[in-house]
Design a protein around this ligand. Structure first.
Ligand SMILES: [Zn+2]
Length: 417
């Protein structure tokens, strides 16, 4: 939809005072969608919230205590299999003195109220967790003082791209069973303005892009709290592991690290940038079984953080000891070899962990989406529990499918160019 010119808008603004609150109210708005489309995102959100709240303020409805809902981090859209896909989290807190049972969540796209996504029935067990845990809430009830998170990942219908999502969260207080709904607007979906598009981090393949939002304790669901703020640095992280063409992990004894495919592979700068930080003091065991367990603070193992723009840092983790060729402050060119794939830190197999974050901190930064300029999709693992034992299921063309400016889908096998 084209945005109307501001001078054509038949919209007036007034500031009302309600008790000590000054409230910006839109009146005479001819077309809500067009009106909000030309306003700054914060104003958009404020206005949308007011549309929802106004009846309660001006028509004297009874006070209904609702759960507190926040979207703490607004991700952009990332393209997977040609489809715009969004990941975010709803942080819920129950400030009331009664339990709250959640019954339904519906997400619609504005301005056309297109149904986009719903959470109902068994889906709650999978998506709704007590804060910081992998535990579903018993009977989907959040007790007084409780905090929880709803993990949201879904594909957007094309019409909702670059628009605002509206949430309708249905709940009951178990003792009276009256269904209530809290509605709120957000996030405002942004186009790919700032999603970084990266060159290959590795050469050739086949590389399996290992991640899944379905995993209870995968990168995507692991919160870290640092400096008083909770974040998910691995929200969009991918682990890359190499296999042979039959899907095997090693030539010979799989327990020997040196036998593993991909071990020692060149790690490449995905863009021009400056090395922000690096760590190279982790040793490596000769065997997979002899690898020590590391706490979260040592999860990265040897790593390099590459600053590729103002607030975009690419993290390469679990690097081979002694392989890091760059030092903090050094400028690197896209495609330059910066290190070798290794087996250090919190890891079960030699692999490259790659993620993009908004600051130079492995655990104290928000994970941001990224795309690759180009790769060939070779196939996928339908049952990832058989990874390393079985070949992947190939795509329907022997030579694979060329992908441009996409994120590999979960547990797909790709080749870099
Ligand atoms: Zn990882």
């Amino acid at each position: 939809m084209n945005s109307p010119k501001k001078d054509n808008l038949k919209t007036n603004f007034k500031v009302y005072s309600y008790r000590n609150l000054s409230i910006l109210v839109i009146i005479n708005s001819t077309k809500t969608g067009e009106t909000i489309n030309v306003m700054a995102p914060r104003i958009k959100r404020l206005c949308l919230e007011l549309f929802i709240l106004l009846p309660g303020i001006f028509f004297g409805q009874e006070y209904v205590q609702t759960p507190d809902v926040h979207i703490k981090h607004l991700p952009e859209i990332v393209t997977i299999n040609g489809k715009p896909t969004v990941y975010y989290e709803l942080h819920i807190a129950n400030f009331s003195d009664t339990p709250v049972k959640f019954t339904r969540l519906d997400v619609q796209g504005l301005p056309d109220s297109i149904p986009v996504f719903s959470v109902t029935g068994d889906e709650w067990q999978f998506r709704h967790k007590a804060a910081g845990t992998e535990k579903p809430l018993p009977d989907n009830v959040l007790p007084p003082g409780g905090a929880s998170v709803i993990f949201m990942e879904f594909t957007l219908p094309p019409a909702t791209k670059d628009k605002t999502l509206v949430h309708h969260l249905q709940f009951i207080h178990p003792e009276n069973a009256e269904i209530k709904t809290v509605s709120f607007a957000g996030p405002v979906l942004e186009p790919h303005k700032t999603t970084v598009v990266l060159g290959p981090p590795l050469r050739d393949g086949p590389w399996t892009a290992i991640y899944s939002p379905d995993w209870e304790r995968g990168h995507r669901r692991v919160f870290y709290t640092e400096g008083g703020k909770v974040r998910i640095p691995g929200r969009f992280a991918i682990d890359f592991m190499q296999t042979d063409s039959k899907g095997k992990l090693a030539k010979g004894d799989e327990d020997l690290v040196k036998n593993r495919y991909g071990y020692g592979a060149d790690i490449l700068a995905v863009a021009d940038g400056t090395v922000a930080s690096a760590r190279d003091d982790f040793m490596e065991s000769a065997t997979i079984s002899g690898h020590p367990r590391y706490p979260s603070g040592k999860a990265t193992g040897n790593y390099v953080s590459l600053k590729i723009s103002g607030d975009r840092y690419v993290f390469y983790e679990h690097l081979k000891p002694g392989s890091i060729r760059v030092r903090p402050g050094q400028k690197v060119k896209k495609g330059e070899v910066i290190a070798s794939l290794g087996f250090t830190g919190q890891s079960t197999d030699p692999h490259l962990h790659l993620h993009v974050a908004d600051s130079d901190s492995p655990l104290g930064a928000e994970g941001l989406p990224f795309l690759f300029e180009q790769f060939t999709l070779l196939g996928s693992y339908k049952d990832f529990s058989r990874f390393g034992e079985m070949p992947w299921t190939p795509v329907n063309r022997d030579s694979g499918q060329e992908k441009h400016r996409e994120r590999p889908a979960p547990n797909t096998v790709i080749r870099f160019h």
